[in-house]
Design a protein around this ligand. Structure first.
Ligand SMILES: N[C@@H](CCC(=O)N[C@@H](CS)C(=O)NCC(=O)O)C(=O)O
Length: 266
């Protein structure tokens, strides 16, 4: 099988796809999509493949899977190795995935960033405005993709409302992150893994969730829960974790380049 993953190093959902592929020991080509500086997700060829203009996308022999949750199931079903969604535990695993995907990690991450420094608010504001401008520009040069760019534009506006406006949802997101950690702590009293007695797709997503908590310096939520600390220790030392190149810290040089692009590039 010719397998290509379109991914971005620090993207949360790309990491989910990479970790799942690593768990199943799939050999694939990694195509890095620069979603921050060059904004390659807005390129017409990419939009044709993923109209929502997001990473990850998995191309498996021309079969396009353009969402991390679908990628989890596709990879588990079509590649060898351990079954990460065994029928006996499917209900519990799916319930756990549902809880995970109902949470907006983007709102937590960005909401947290802009409370860390006044500059972050300016940078994020400019970044969102830049994405909107790009949509409008692309609509003009590629009218056949107007529908996709219009949808994306609406999403950028919604992001501004949820993250930057007075009616932002940061307090709810913070509380939900705590609730999810409590839920995991409780689950881990019943079994060694997040949703069952064996490693499953649920562990793929919760590992990335915990890695993000570490990245945004919310690791106290892990440290103050005994089972969760032990779980994080086990998950972050699995072979797959290193193979998937999980990001818990964006290198400063990269961060500076991103900030510069958001502030000054058109
Ligand atoms: N539901 C999608 C969400 C993907 C998503 O939001 N990806 C982010 C990066 S983590 C993205 O591509 N952002 C770029 C953009 O929205 O322009 C999935 O699970 O794959």
């Amino acid at each position: 099988m010719a397998t290509i993953l379109y991914s971005n190093y620090s993207s949360y959902y790309s990491m989910i796809a990479r970790l799942c592929l690593a768990e199943k020991q799939v050999i694939y080509d990694l195509h890095d999509v620069d979603i921050h500086i060059k904004m390659e997700q807005f390129a017409p060829e990419y939009v044709a493949m993923q109209p929502n203009m997001t990473v990850p996308v998995l191309d498996c022999d021309g079969n396009i899977i353009a969402d991390s949750r679908l990628i989890l199931h596709f990879v588990n079903k079509h590649f060898g190795g351990a079954d990460l969604f065994p029928a006996a535990d499917a209900g519990e695993i799916e319930k756990s995935l549902e809880l995970h995907y109902a949470f907006s990690i983007e709102d937590l991450t960005m909401g947290n960033a802009l409370r860390k420094s006044p500059i972050a608010r300016i940078v994020l504001g400019r970044g969102l405005a830049r994405a909107s401008r790009r949509c409008l520009l692309m609509m003009k040069s590629h009218p056949e993709l107007t529908e996709a760019y219009t949808k994306k534009l609406a999403l950028e506006e919604e992001r501004k409302r949820l993250i930057l406006s007075e009616e932002n949802n940061y307090a709810q997101m913070q509380q939900r992150a705590v609730d999810l950690c409590d839920m995991l702590e409780e689950q881990l009293t019943q079994h060694q893994y997040a949703a069952s007695a064996q490693y499953s797709l649920a562990d793929v997503v919760w590992t990335i969730f915990l890695a993000r908590l570490v990245m945004i310096k919310f690791d106290h939520l892990i440290a103050e829960r005994k089972n969760l600390s032990d779980y994080w220790q086990r998950m972050s030392t699995r072979k797959s974790y290193a193979a998937a190149n999980i990001c818990t810290k964006i290198p400063v040089s990269k961060l500076i380049r991103i900030i510069f692009a958001l502030l000054f590039k058109s």
